[in-house]
Design a protein around this ligand. Structure first.
Ligand code: FES
Length: 71
């Protein structure tokens, strides 16, 4: 199996998942909606989770994000 093919059921590659993340997807659920990866047997969900986590960990913190403090 090709390393870049993440979801065999729906023929979704790692490149397509990364493209969805670059367009704003921020969770495995977002990836499922954008690409259909992980929406059949589910065996690829852990791999999708890992790709999402790695991508998000490499993103700089959003300076516009509001921090909520307990009152
Ligand atoms: S391999 Fe992705 S849903 Fe089956």
């Amino acid at each position: 199996m090709s390393r870049s093919l993440v979801c065999v059921c729906n023929m979704v590659t790692e490149k397509e998942i990364l493209a969805a993340l670059k367009k704003g997807a921020r969770s495995t659920s977002d990836i499922q909606q954008a690409t259909k990866a992980g929406t059949s047997c589910g065996k690829c969900l852990m791999t999708i989770d890992r790709i999402v986590e790695e991508f998000l960990s490499q993103q700089p913190a959003d300076p516009q994000q509001r921090i909520e403090f307990d009152k």
